[in-house]
Ligand binder design. Structure first.
Ligand code: ACO
Length: 518
């Protein structure tokens, strides 16, 4: 008999807790709660003589506490589960665990000839179960990387990979980038509708003053910007965001109202560009510049990085880039933000986690690498050999491929047009290299459908508008923070903790733990 079969045959008599902790039906809930605590048990069997007539568990006590009834005068019979399911001492552990699992109980009284002799709990059975994996009905195996798995419902937007289409709420995101301002799109994501003129003005009035740094954060930024030999702006932004959330007294989203959570979200999204600009300037020995009250969110961002009022064409191009990257389905950083929010943590924790996820080269860290690649290729005639070499040595071509898009990424098409409108040698060169890369990848990786993603032209556009390469990913963070926050608000509004499972594939437990060597 293998170990799995052996534990299943063990008799309940060997596992049960005995004598059981009991109560009489007329005893008060207060007395029962005290007894549970004192005895360290999570259930009490209610008896008439030596027969079980009910069971009260910790869960019942918690529900009772929430009811507001008086514990000193409420008899336990009102809150107990009457006529509980029972097992006999000779019942087998395998049979008991199946019953517990099937009916969702955690405890079962044990009776011998109608007389209560003990209680057996899920924990007692698991202790001897040699940790054999149980088969849970409804347990599903998700593909590696959760590819294609739908894990939530959202009203914020979606990505249709086969069609090369994505949208925010009910609007085509590319059309929004063409026709509206970033503030309008921000409003759309937070409020579910595009603002009218009055709402737009009110939102502007709300947002602009919130770009100011809190004094405590301002004094800490030089230390954050100066940390480390190499400046990794997203690391610095992560730290600064964490400090900001503390300075602004963000509270767990479980404890704040939806209105407060949205106010926290507006504050953080308004502030993030200021943090990015200040960190960059401090690291480069420059004084941070104060937010410009007359400028739009996008133009003010350029102002705070460069210290110059931007050319309107550049400000609009950056605004369109920001709009096009505000949100994008359940991408990794958004998912991260929602997972953290699902624990009830504060908005700052969720955004810091999302920044961490975005910093990875496979997610948001690609645009400067894509631009480096263009520099390394140098001229169109060298592109093919360079790409073949990179793929042959197992490398990934930065700015190409996408989990969801199996056709052209619409953001890449938008940014290509934008890059061409802005002009410059890099835009034309990038378009030529893009064609070569698509052809070479189609030959070397047939069937994988690898096309340029949002990151390929992002660097070309941003560089042309005066942003240095180390600002590419932070700029992405500045826009995506709006999408993260919209998702945080949505998750907090209809929450269930996100807690999947993993299949354990290591050596079978439990091996005896060796004593330490003398
Ligand atoms: N260059 C070369 N080959 C690639 C590339 C690429 N950029 N992307 C995917 N492939 C190949 C893989 O090697 C794999 O080939 P195989 O079947 O021979 O093993 C196949 O295509 C499938 O790749 P996966 O890694 O399974 O695809 P996945 O959906 O998991 O990854 C990702 C998507 C991470 C974006 C990937 O395409 C990649 O690494 N791209 C480069 C980095 C990048 O540009 N990231 C930015 C993405 S956009 C964003 O997050 C904002």
């Amino acid at each position: 008999m293998d170990d799995g079969a052996r534990w299943r045959r063990r008799a309940v008599a060997d596992l049960m807790s005995t004598p059981p902790v009991t109560a009489l039906p007329e005893e008060s809930m207060a007395d029962v709660a005290v007894r549970m605590d004192k005895e360290g048990v999570s259930c009490v069997v209610v008896v008439a003589g030596d027969r079980p007539v009910g069971i009260v568990t910790e869960r019942d006590v918690v529900r009772f506490a929430a009811s507001g009834d008086d514990p000193a005068t409420t008899p336990v019979r009102r809150w107990m589960t009457e006529g509980p399911d029972v097992v006999e001492p000779t019942s087998e552990a395998g049979e008991v665990i199946a019953r517990l699992d099937e009916r969702g109980y955690r405890h079962v009284p044990v009776v011998d000839g109608g007389r209560l002799v003990g209680v057996v709990s899920m924990r007692d059975v698991m202790r001897i179960a040699q940790v054999q994996p149980m088969v849970h009905p409804g347990e599903l195996e998700a593909p590696k990387g959760l590819a294609g798995v739908i894990v939530a419902e959202t009203e914020i937007g979606d990505v249709r990979g086969q069609e090369g289409f994505y949208h925010y709420r009910q609007y085509d995101a590319r059309e929004l980038a063409e026709r509206r301002s970033l503030e309008d799109v921000w409003y759309l994501l937070f409020h579910g509708e595009l603002p009218d003129a009055r709402q737009r003005a009110a939102f502007d009035e709300q947002v602009r003053p919130q770009r100011e740094l809190p004094a405590t954060v301002r004094s800490l930024l030089p230390a954050i910007a100066g940390a480390g030999e190499t400046f990794l702006p997203l690391q610095a932004l992560r730290s600064a965001t964490s400090v900001t959330a503390a300075a602004l007294d963000f509270r767990p989203c479980l404890d704040v109202s939806a209105t407060q959570l949205r106010a926290d979200a507006v504050r953080l999204c308004a502030l993030l560009p200021t943090l990015i600009g200040a960190l960059y300037r401090l690291r480069n020995g420059l004084e941070p510049v104060e937010p410009h009250p007359e400028l739009s969110h996008a133009a003010n961002y350029l102002w705070m990085v460069t210290g110059e009022v931007p050319d309107p064409e550049h400000a609009r191009a950056i605004e369109q880039y920001l709009i096009s990257t505000v949100d994008h389905g359940f991408n990794v950083s958004t998912f991260t933000a929602r997972v953290i929010t699902s624990t009830g943590a504060d908005l700052g924790a969720a955004v810091v986690g999302a920044i961490g996820a975005l910093s990875g080269p496979l997610h948001g860290g690609a645009p400067s690498r894509a631009l480096d690649m263009l520099d390394a290729i140098g001229s169109p005639d060298r592109a093919e050999a360079w790409i073949r070499d990179a793929v042959a040595s197992g490398g990934r071509i930065m700015g190409f491929g996408h989990r969801v898009y199996k056709t052209e990424d619409p953001r890449s098409a938008l940014l290509r047009t934008l890059a061409q409108r802005l002009g410059g040698d890099k835009a034309a060169f990038a378009a030529e290299v893009e064609r070569t890369i698509v052809d070479v990848l189609a030959e070397l990786k047939p069937g994988r459908e690898l096309y340029a993603n949002v990151e390929f032209y992002a660097g070309v556009v941003m560089e042309r508008c005066g942003l240095p390469p180390e600002m590419f990913t932070p700029t992405f963070a500045a826009s995506r923070s709006i999408g993260w926050c919209a998702n945080i608000i949505e998750q907090a509004g209809d929450n269930r903790i996100i807690r999947p499972s993993a299949r354990y594939v290591g050596p079978p437990p439990p091996e005896p733990v060796p004593w330490p060597a003398e």
